[in-house]
Design a protein around this ligand. Structure first.
Ligand code: NAD
Ligand code: GLY
Length: 367
């Protein structure tokens, strides 16, 4: 097992990474302060892993709240189901919520923990690659609004993150690829040597090689922990973690939550951010193409949806959380391995980026 720390003063917490950690009673006991525990999971993950986790929680009063599965359920109504379950079983302020599932469950259970009786403890037990490398770390919690992704939420840090890499064995290949979008993101924004490593090992990662997966998860979580430790509430540098997300969130909202997976939308959005960075003269065409090849090799879409117009993008991007005083800020690349957040770009470059022929770019690459 490997351990990392998210360094946030008195709210610091550990990230444990390893095989079969779901059964590790000692890890959970070290993070739980009261006697009551509520596991929040969904109807896909529950049959796979709920009983294992319940086994590790022997001796606690455990309630299991099983939600419907899907991004389309990341909303007020489902959140209310969590509160119903907590109140019906008389959970008090010493309760610990455990989020068992992917990013949808983690974001919702974390937000429920932030709100329930003005805040109770919670633990992240992420079971998708995306949630293991990104959403379980850093304390962003929340739900979607029909008008915008993740628009309602709170910064609320977990007591710990327990990453059981064995759970990835049951993850559909498409979901694994979606997680790789966020892994590749770390290379692009802050760790250029990681891109070399990923180019070598992308096949192993897709084949679920456990050594390669553990290395990728560790390196991704370490990068995320560094950025979050420097800027917990996204006053500045943390926004670089959103490379491709402004374009990607527009895709997710426009297509209807769940039609494109979050990681897939981020991948296509990253291609748009690469193209814009190239148009601004910051990265070379060869660098853009190298990154597109890696995203494609990860099994990800690299062309935005053909039915979305520039106006569609702009409408959805106007409600992005990085908009300040009506001004759109974007995460772009100064070079591969170095991101920046900027509102300082000519409007026509954004327009050209939104209307670029991505199909032609990708066709030329043979990606
Ligand atoms: P998800 O939670 O929808 O999980 C994907 C699918 O895999 C679901 O059907 C789920 O039930 C299933 N699943 C989960 N674990 C499984 C397993 N081990 N075996 C088989 N099936 C399994 O999606 P996700 O990609 O994990 O997360 C996406 C969400 O995370 C989005 O809502 C996004 O906004 C959010 N997110 C949040 C942050 C953050 O910092 N909080 C960061 C990135 C993404
Ligand atoms: N996924 C972006 C962040 O955690 O800040």
């Amino acid at each position: 097992m490997q351990t990392l720390k998210v360094d946030l003063g008195e709210r610091s917490y550990p990230i444990f990474i390893g095989d079969h950690l779901l059964a590790r009673q000692d890890l959970f006991a070290g993070l739980i302060r009261g006697r009551q525990v509520a596991i929040v999971t969904n109807e896909t993950v529950a049959p796979l892993y709920l009983s294992q986790l319940q086994g590790a929680l022997e001796g606690y009063a455990v309630t299991s709240i099983v939600l419907p599965d899907g991004e389309a359920f990341k909303n007020w109504q489902t959140l209310q189901t969590i509160f119903d379950g907590l109140l019906e079983s008389r959970h008090d302020r010493r309760t610990t919520l455990i989020a068992l599932g992917g990013g949808v469950i983690g974001d919702m259970a974390g937000f429920a923990a932030a709100c329930y009786q003005r805040g109770v403890d919670f633990i992240q037990v992420p079971t998708t690659l995306l949630s293991q490398v990104d959403s379980s770390v850093g304390g962003k919690t929340g739900i979607n609004h029909p008008l915008g992704k993740n628009m309602i939420g709170a910064f609320y840090q977990p007591r710990g993150v327990i990453i059981d890499t064995a759970t990835l064995a049951t993850l559909p290949a498409r979901e694994l690829s979606a997680g790789l979008a966020e892994v590749i993101k770390y290379g692009l924004i802050c760790d250029a040597p990681f891109l070399d490593w990923l180019e070598q090992r992308i096949g192993d990662l897709r084949a679920l090689d456990s050594v390669a997966l553990t290395e990728a998860i560790h390196r991704s979580c370490a990068a995320k922990a560094r950025v979050v430790g420097a800027d917990e509430t996204e006053q500045g540098i943390r926004a670089i973690l959103n490379l491709g997300h402004t374009f990607g969130h527009a895709i997710e909202t426009h297509q209807g939550y769940g039609a494109w997976l979050h990681g897939e939308a981020v991948a296509a959005g990253t291609v748009m951010a690469l193209e814009m960075s190239r148009r601004l003269g910051w990265i070379e065409t060869a660098e853009r193409d190298r990154a597109i090849r890696l995203l494609a090799a990860a099994g990800l879409p690299v062309v935005p949806p053909q039915d979305m117009t520039a106006a569609d993008f702009l409408r959805h991007m106007a409600v992005d959380k990085k908009v300040e005083n009506g001004q759109l800020r974007l995460v772009l690349l100064k070079e591969l391995g170095q991101a920046l957040v900027t509102a300082d770009f000519p409007r026509e470059v954004l327009d050209e980026t939104l209307t670029a022929d991505y199909q032609a770019i990708v066709k030329e690459l043979g990606a």
